[in-house]
Design a protein around this ligand. Structure first.
Ligand code: SF4
Ligand code: SF4
Length: 295
């Protein structure tokens, strides 16, 4: 490995700029396009940062359960002999917004998702995992150990008595920690560009300035919780999976697997094997903005 002045790199603004520059470059490349039609899959990403020893990770674990990894637990799964402590780590969360074309097409869709939305969902691994792997390799080439939690061995989804299903690492929770937004009634994370996006995250051994959280409540950007209005996502859901009580993940998953999957392969053979919906993430007040944001 090339020798670098790692103390300088790890704590400097340079690392953040380089990391974001590398991500932007990746998103301008072929991995952010569908090979069969060359359509761009996601817009330019933006980023949030959280400290590895932020007490919020403990709060998540208390809320979700012992299976929920903290940043240091995820990190040590890849680097079991590291002497890193929680305070040495930063979590960077990357938000990749849907393109305007995808969003506008999805906005017009009723009862069944738009083709471009399904396409970007289908090629999610190519873009989001590709981006996170690319960043990890880049960081490691600088002498900065880095981990993609949801690609670690042992990562899995787990049945949960209250939340139906959870996993050891949630990008949305990490994004909340990293100052990027709060949750909506339908469980999506409402960021400054709304909730039509996909998320990725990387844990790295470097001390980067955390992004301030401008909110205190988990549903602060959702009109339903902040002012008792809206509920537009409930009406958008073709599966009846949304109600004032929240998101029924079983109904949602059944709709994705039993209705959208066969429909997609009939309508768009090039997307055979895909499933997806996301109707609750468009044509709603929080689709592409933060409706209840108090600046
Ligand atoms: S559509 Fe309305 S109720 Fe649903 S998540 Fe967005 S702001 Fe909340
Ligand atoms: S993804 Fe589709 S099925 Fe699931 S909650 Fe949203 S609108 Fe309903």
């Amino acid at each position: 490995m090339v020798e670098y002045a790692t103390d300088i790199i790890r704590s400097s603004q340079n690392l953040r700029e380089n990391l974001e520059g590398a991500a932007q470059l990746f998103m301008e490349g072929p991995d952010n396009r569908a090979a069969y039609n060359n359509e761009v899959l996601f817009d330019a990403p933006f980023f949030g940062y959280a400290k590895g020893d932020d007490p919020i990770w403990l709060t998540f674990r208390e809320g979700v359960g012992e299976d929920c990894w903290s940043p240091i637990e995820a990190f040590l799964r890849k680097y079991p002999h590291s002497d890193a402590r929680s305070s040495d780590l930063t979590v960077v969360v990357i938000v990749c917004p849907q393109t305007e074309m995808t969003y506008n097409e999805q906005k017009k869709a009723k009862g069944f998702p738009g083709r471009r939305w399904v396409q970007s969902r289908f090629l999610h691994d190519q873009v989001i995992w590709g981006l996170c792997i690319n960043l990890t390799s880049y960081l490691e080439s600088l002498g900065v150990p880095a981990v993609v939690p949801d690609l670690l061995e042992g990562f899995k989804q787990i049945p949960h008595p209250r939340f139906t299903i959870t996993s050891q690492w949630s990008h949305r929770h990490a994004a909340f920690a990293a100052g990027l937004g709060t949750f909506g009634l339908c469980d999506g994370l409402i960021t400054k560009t709304g909730k039509a996006h996909r998320l990725g995250s990387v844990v790295l051994q470097a001390s980067l300035e955390p992004t301030p959280r401008t909110y205190t409540e988990i549903y602060e950007h959702c009109l339903f919780f902040s002012s008792g209005t809206c509920g537009r996502c409930i009406a958008r859901c073709p599966a009846g999976a949304l109600s004032p009580d929240g998101h029924d993940k079983n109904l949602c998953r059944d709709y994705l697997l039993k209705t959208t999957a066969p429909g997609i392969s009939r309508l768009w053979p090039e997307l055979d094997g895909a499933y997806g919906c996301g109707l609750c993430q468009s044509a709603v007040p929080c689709g592409n903005r933060r409706p209840a944001f108090k600046s």
